[in-house]
Design a protein around this ligand. Structure first.
Ligand code: SF4
Length: 400
């Protein structure tokens, strides 16, 4: 199916590089896009990224950035990246940094399931300037519903231990990434995650699309995921002090106030993330695996193609052209400049590709219609107080 309407687009350089250092995982989470969904190509891939591939990745990043950007982000990913060992993680970070120094600074993070994250590993990663993000969906019951070892054993104790250690190292704690599960109470989930003092919480909607809908998805008109997010938003927004950042909510607020989005999951800003597989193949965002086999493939790799060349790939362009990638339904929707049609993989339908509203359309609408009036009303109150010269205008907890 044709992905791009027209040609000659202005291209946005890549600024986030996701390096898949290990292709396997030590957990068997039942909702994993990598190992449990449509695309099973991982079965034929080498398990770790070789030095030869990593060196070439570093060269490609350096030539792409070429001093034009003061900072880029590298995410050490997998599979489970901790399975390559801490020394290899530190070495990867050092080599990427050396490749782009001195003009460009690299913010290196690792996104891990946390089960191998003992104190020694945390210390080494912190010393190497690698920030650590951990995946956890809530309390023990929430975790064990999906995030178990292949033999069924719980992973909770190991992750809980790792997060308690990380909470003592706030400068190196990148945050917690949790998948929304309707079986978990949203407020309890938030309270459970906040006990680790993460600087940020990212709530991800479960992977799904019009052909393979998310769990407990309901037809248009019902908004179970929107209701969940609204309850979590109110818990976060109504706190007397800001306990953490919730980027998805911050983005909705920013977009409602006319800002640009920085997350791929909402808004229409061009995508600037590229994934490099363990064998050096350039891939699209991993979550596209949830749509159809081969959806992430570009047919390009670090040895044969530069990152500049990859920017010309039709599928990459389609995720960079913003409004033009939206369906007619989204373009006619009054929320589209905030929503942006939702996350690209969630728009997929086997018959029509990605030119559809999100499968979470009604849920996103429910959240946006809740957040925007709340924020605007609070801003109006704040503005009125400032104009009146109310002395404590800046000290009241609400509006923030
Ligand atoms: S996904 Fe739905 S809410 Fe979002 S822009 Fe499209 S039609 Fe509007």
């Amino acid at each position: 199916m044709p992905l791009v309407r027209g040609h000659d687009r202005r291209r946005t350089p890549f600024r986030e590089f996701v390096l898949k250092l290990h292709a396997r995982c030590n957990l068997a989470c039942d909702y994993c896009y990598m190992y449990e969904m449509a695309d099973t190509a991982w079965r034929g891939v080498n398990s770790t990224m070789s030095d030869r591939v990593l060196d070439q990745v570093c060269r490609r990043i350096a030539e792409h950035v070429d001093g034009a950007s003061r900072s880029v982000r590298v995410v050490l990913h997998g599979g489970e990246p901790m399975m390559v060992g801490v020394a290899a993680l530190v070495s990867a970070a050092d080599r990427v940094r050396a490749a782009v120094a001195p003009l460009t600074i690299v913010d290196v993070t690792i996104q891990t399931n946390g089960v191998l994250l003992d104190d020694h590993a945390i210390d080494r990663l912190c010393q190497a300037g690698i920030r650590i993000g951990v995946s956890l969906d809530g309390d023990r019951q929430a975790n064990d519903r999906h995030r178990r070892y292949a033999n069924g054993r719980s992973s909770y104790d190991a992750v809980d231990r790792a997060l308690r250690s990380l909470s003592l190292r706030p400068d190196h704690f990148a945050g917690i990434l949790g998948v929304v599960d309707l079986d978990n109470d949203p407020v309890s989930t938030f309270d459970n995650l906040i006990q680790y003092h993460p600087p940020a919480i990212d709530f991800l909607l479960p992977h799904g699309n019009w052909t393979s809908p998310p769990p407990r998805w309901s037809p248009p008109g019902e908004t179970p995921y929107g209701d969940w997010l609204v309850a979590a938003f109110d818990r976060w927004y109504d706190a007397p002090v800001q306990e953490t950042r919730v980027r998805f909510f911050e983005e909705v607020i920013s977009l409602a106030l006319g800002g640009a989005s920085r997350l791929e999951t909402i808004g229409i800003s061009p995508v600037a993330t590229v994934v490099v597989d363990v064998d050096g193949a350039y891939e699209q965002i991993d979550t596209l695996r949830s749509t159809y086999p081969g959806a992430v493939d570009t047919g390009m790799n670090v040895f044969a193609h530069s990152l500049d060349e990859l920017l010309g790939h039709p599928a990459i362009l389609d995720r960079q052209i913003g409004l033009e990638a939206l369906s007619d339904d989204c373009l006619a929707c009054p929320l589209h400049r905030i929503c942006g049609g939702g996350y690209y993989p969630h728009r997929y339908r086997a018959e029509t590709g990605f030119r559809n509203p999100s499968v979470y359309c009604a849920d996103l609408g429910r959240l946006i219609r809740h957040v925007v009036p709340r924020v605007r009303a609070d801003l109006a109150v704040l503005k009125g107080r400032l104009e009146d010269g109310t002395p404590d205008a800046g000290n009241d907890a609400s509006p923030r």
